[in-house]
Write a protein that binds this ligand. Structure first.
Ligand SMILES: CCCCCCCCCCC/C=C/C(=O)SCCNC(=O)CCNC(=O)[C@H](O)C(C)(C)COP(=O)(O)OP(=O)(O)OC[C@H]1O[C@@H](n2cnc3c(N)ncnc32)[C@H](O)[C@@H]1OP(=O)(O)O
Ligand code: NDP
Length: 295
């Protein structure tokens, strides 16, 4: 992406990227460092964080620190934001990218599985936003980008992530209004199917490759394409953009194909009003059989 944004665009800016050790978060942190920011990447596993911070700092011209934190733990979030403020003296740019889910029919998601995803994607994102605002942005302004997902038509087989990401989109709009007078802009980026090592590993059996040929773009997105959108929203070029969701999906959210295919069935009989002259209901439209189930 070299050359897309002005060199030094984020010089003197302090950024925090959750989930910044891998995949999309790493690409976002990389572009911010390339544009001069002092970035902290935070997540649970220390090794990817350490490696990312070392590689990005070596590449410069900005620098990258790392910090272990679980966004589901309030104390971790407080320590994370306090550490950035103590070390770098400010927090101008926040990217809530840390998150995850698993593939499961809604009927089979355990209560704990549901809670794990909601607490990570929704409550974790809220806690980080609220803490960053309380400790710094309320007084000094800033820009926030929340990473969500393509849940605009629901998210069959990932109900927990669909619900949590839709909630974060709504939260984004609320915060954009509530925090406007503090000089804080809050936006969301909704990636479509993005090729990351984690996505490839978690969506097994070549699912991503299979998806690629069925997307309008005929390929998956790259982590760098998501990062470029995030950098735009964080930049002064987006100074009048707040409460928006930018879809980075090559039009996939407008296209019919989903992870889940509805099997052939005739379980949704039509309502036909009063029975006809025979007193008997007509057969269901489009079905050779009449199920005429009532409940
Ligand atoms: C042609 C177009 C078609 C479109 C097709 C689109 C397809 C691709 C779309 C891609 C969209 C998004 C992609 C990504 O986000 S990729 C990268 C994100 N990374 C991850 O999601 C990481 C993997 N996930 C996790 O780490 C976990 O799922 C979790 C988020 C839950 C992490 O929580 P935690 O570490 O706390 O997890 P625990 O192991 O403690 O489990 C907590 C409970 O959750 C249950 N669980 C966890 N994993 C699964 C699973 N795979 N299946 C079922 N249940 C799971 C676990 O059992 C615990 O519950 P119980 O105590 O009740 O057992
Ligand atoms: N790839 C895709 O197609 C899409 C991805 N997304 C979302 O974009 C984000 C990045 O995804 P991607 O880069 O593909 O996958 P990754 O798995 O590489 O990124 C998720 C990151 O979140 C971190 N994370 C997870 N749980 C927590 C937690 N409790 N506290 C702190 N950090 C946490 C992970 O690190 P660690 O496990 O060490 O904590 C990891 O670095 C995720 O939120 C993902 O759901 C949305 C739509 C599509």
């Amino acid at each position: 992406m070299a050359g897309l944004f002005s060199p030094g665009l984020f010089a003197g800016k302090v950024a925090l990227v959750t989930g910044g050790g891998t995949g999309i978060g790493r690409a976002i942190a990389g572009q911010l460092v390339e544009l001069g920011a002092a970035v902290t990447v935070a997540a649970r596993r220390p090794e990817p964080l350490r490696q990312t911070a070392a590689e990005l700092t070596a590449a410069g011209p900005g620098r990258c620190h790392h910090l272990q934190a679980d966004i589901r733990r309030e104390q971790d979030v407080l320590r994370m934001v306090e550490t950035v403020l103590e070390r770098d003296g400010a927090l101008h740019l926040l990217v809530n990218n840390g998150g995850g889910q698993f593939v499961s029919p809604a009927a089979d998601i355990s209560r704990n599985g549901w809670r794990a995803v909601i607490e990570t994607n929704l409550t974790g994102t809220f806690t980080v936003c609220q803490t960053a605002h309380r400790l710094h942005m309320r007084q000094h302004g800033g820009a926030v980008v929340n990473i969500i997902a393509d849940m605009f038509r629901g998210f069959p087989l990932m109900a927990h992530t669909g619900a949590s990401r839709a909630a974060v989109e709504n939260l984004t709009r609320t915060l954009a209004v509530e925090w406007a007078h503090d000089g804080v802009r809050v936006n969301a980026v909704a990636p479509g199917v993005i090729y990351s090592a984690s996505a490839a590993a978690n969506y097994a059996d070549g699912l991503l490759e299979q998806c690629a040929g069925e997307l309008p773009a005929r390929r998956c997105g790259t982590t760098h394409e998501v990062a470029a959108a995030v950098c735009f929203l964080l930049s002064p070029g987006a100074s009048y953009v707040s409460g928006a969701t930018l879809r980075v999906d090559g039009a996939a959210s407008l296209y019919a194909r989903q992870l889940h295919r509805v099997p052939a069935h005739d379980r949704l009989p039509p309502y036909r009003g009063r029975a006809g002259p025979t007193g008997r209901a007509e057969p269901a439209a489009g079905s050779g059989r009449s199920r005429d189930r009532e409940w």
